[in-house]
Design a protein around this ligand. Structure first.
Ligand code: ATP
Ligand code: MG
Length: 579
């Protein structure tokens, strides 16, 4: 896979009036052509078809933005269809979280469907296929069937059961559904062409037996379950989907999608779809999303969750929608990211830095700035006489319309240990006891006078004097210093648990490496520290975003309580992507 930073299609073009207008992506071009030609009477219907076997991840969001986006843009409808044809892996827990995550992203579906709604119709169609001599029951093992598939250049080998009489196929398939045949002992295969250059035509499996797990909606009613290829196109057809948009790996399935539809559409089947004999759904494919330093597979994510290698599906290091939310990503930033990467037919790898860039751009405009001291040392202002005072600081400098907050100030403050050096050279602009002036953020100018150390030589207290006429917001506040440092007043400071997250994997493309992907996890992906934060944060609510000055963007975690504040680092301030 080649590394792609920005795709060719979907890029922004500058139009003369100075407004940025997006060029159409190739799917939008197809839709506009269909509309111009009056295909399907100008009706636009899409669907998002997740399998409820895990939580949605950012890869799914790319599909969601496409499916819902097309419907929104062209006055159509996008339905949500749960592709629940494998009871062994599916659960209502996943159905609920998928709905919740789509809503959180800000999309609205028309109706909710389930592939399991069509089990009876699909079964009836399978019976029809058998009666027409287009399907047979195979008693070989999965391995035997795989061995006979051939290669793209060599034809496959026909199953010894391929030509069994129609009556026998019917009897056996019905026995499969009655639960009389053990799981894994028989499958129903379409009888198409064992020599077809498209391997998917070499008698694909239509039905398998699953009796070991009840279905989350239909219980134990069904013992046979349709395979993806036999269920997906038909489900689209029953519902009236016009544009069945999916990812590129399904491109090779498309002829089979069309083949199965060919068998059930046309004048003989007027009752199967409400949209008349001319209506046909069409499958279209775009490139999957892959992002560096993470994995994009529900199977692998499930493994990380089950083995406790992360704290859950919503662990802020996970590329899941709920993980991103907890990490501090906003729906807008995620959708902006999808706009930036666009849709093409080329598989590639997107730099995780671009994802971080989009959330940084979003929070830059909105997140209030506050002081948080990560490695505190005490600063005593020896000439400060009063009992303290309350200063007012703008949430974002230069933006009074975004509000302000109160900051307690008094004689004793916490500052970053690294902001003081006993002996500094002229490259260091912050505090040092050599007469230089430094401004305390949104406050006064101070000069360090000395420090105190413990027996090991560690600095325990820094001493300074302040200039009462230098307060920010007054005339003296305009006096410039080479450096501004952050501080939090000692008496009112709150202790906050701060979770410093980093990328989940240590290697750029864990899926491309040999061996166990779990061994590629970044051992330093989480560091927990305690910081001294401003008292204004006492009222911070879940999902509130802040910039901790000089540290990064942080969000209030779901675990946070008034007496135990918890913040997650969304991203650092430094943008490696722009570089
Ligand atoms: P996974 O491989 O993680 O199990 P999946 O493709 O099996 O994912 P589904 O629930 O079947 O998951 O996917 C629902 C829809 O989301 C499909 O249309 C699929 O093409 C799309 N999708 C899944 N992963 C990605 C991705 N990485 N990029 C874009 N679309 C994706
Ligand atoms: Mg799938």
């Amino acid at each position: 896979m080649e590394e792609i930073n920005l795709p060719v299609e979907g890029k922004e073009t500058i139009v003369p009036n100075g407004k940025e207008e997006k060029s159409l992506n190739f799917i939008e071009q197809i839709v506009e052509k269909d509309l111009a030609e009056g295909v399907n009477n100008g009706r636009i219907q899409t669907r998002f078809p997740p399998e409820p076997n895990g939580y949605l991840h950012i890869g799914h969001v790319k599909a969601i933005c496409m499916d819902f986006g097309i419907a929104e843009k062209y006055n159509g409808v996008c339905n949500l269809r749960f592709d629940d044809t494998n009871p062994a892996k599916e659960d209502t827990e996943y159905v609920e979280t998928i709905e919740r995550d789509i809503r959180w992203l800000g999309f609205k579906w028309g109706q909710i469907f389930y592939a399991s709604d069509y089990f009876q119709q699909l079964y009836d169609l399978a019976i029809m296929f058998i009666k027409q001599g287009k399907a047979y029951v195979d008693e070989q093992t999965a391995e035997q069937i795989a061995e006979q598939k051939g290669t793209p250049t060599e034809p496959g080998v026909a199953s010894p059961f391929r030509d069994r009489p129609i009556e026998e196929n019917l009897r056996l398939f019905e026995a499969m559904q009655r639960g009389e045949i053990e799981e894994g002992k028989m499958v129903l295969r379409a009888k198409i062409d064992m020599a077809n250059p498209n391997m998917h035509f070499r008698d694909p499996i239509m039905y398998r037996i699953i009796t070991s797990h009840p279905h989350h909606r239909t219980g134990t009613k069904w013992k046979v379950y349709p395979m993806y290829d036999f269920a997906h196109g038909q489900s689209d057809y029953f519902e009236g989907v016009t544009h069945s948009i999916c990812t590129l790996e399904f491109e090779v399935h498309r002829p089979l999608y069309d083949y199965f539809l060919d068998q059930i559409t046309g004048p003989n089947f007027a009752g199967l779809s409400p949209y008349g004999p001319d209506y046909r759904p069409k499958q279209r494919e775009f490139n999957r999303l892959n992002i560096t330093y993470t994995v994009m597979s529900k199977r692998k994510m499930l493994q990380l969750v089950k083995e406790g290698l992360v704290a859950g599906w919503d662990d802020p290091r996970m590329p899941t929608v709920c993980g991103l939310r907890r990490r501090g990503y906003t729906p807008q930033a995620i959708r902006n990211f999808m706009d930036k990467i666009g849709y093409t037919k080329v598989e590639g790898m997107i730099d995780q830095g671009l994802l971080e860039h989009t959330i940084r751009e979003d929070l830059k405009e909105t997140a209030p700035r506050v002081c948080a001291i990560f490695d505190p040392v005490k600063l005593v202002i020896t000439n400060y006489e009063g009992n303290g005072e309350t200063l007012v600081a703008e949430n974002i400098d230069g933006h009074p319309e975004l509000g302000s907050r109160e900051m307690k100030f008094s004689r004793e403050l916490w500052i970053e240990r690294g902001d003081f050096l006993e002996e500094a050279d002229n490259k260091f602009y912050r505090l040092s006891p050599d007469g230089r002036e430094v401004r305390l953020k949104a406050s006064y100018i101070i000069q360090a006078t000395g420090c105190e150390k413990d027996a090991d030589g560690n600095i325990t207290t820094v001493y300074a004097t302040y200039d009462p006429d230098s307060k920010s917001g007054t005339e003296g506040g305009n006096r410039k210093t080479k450096a501004t440092i952050n501080w939090v007043e000692c008496n009112s400071a709150l202790d906050a648990e701060v979770r410093l997250y980093d990328r989940l994997f240590a290697v750029e493309n864990p899926s491309a490496e040999e061996g166990d992907f779990r061994e590629l996890l970044n051992p330093d992906s989480l560091k927990v520290v305690t910081a001294k934060v401003e008292s204004s944060l006492a009222h911070a609510k879940m999902q509130d975003h802040f910039q901790f000055l000089k540290q990064g963007y942080f969000v209030v975690d779901d675990d946070s309580k008034p007496d135990h504040l918890v913040f997650n680092r969304t991203c650092s301030l430094k943008d490696n992507y722009l570089k």
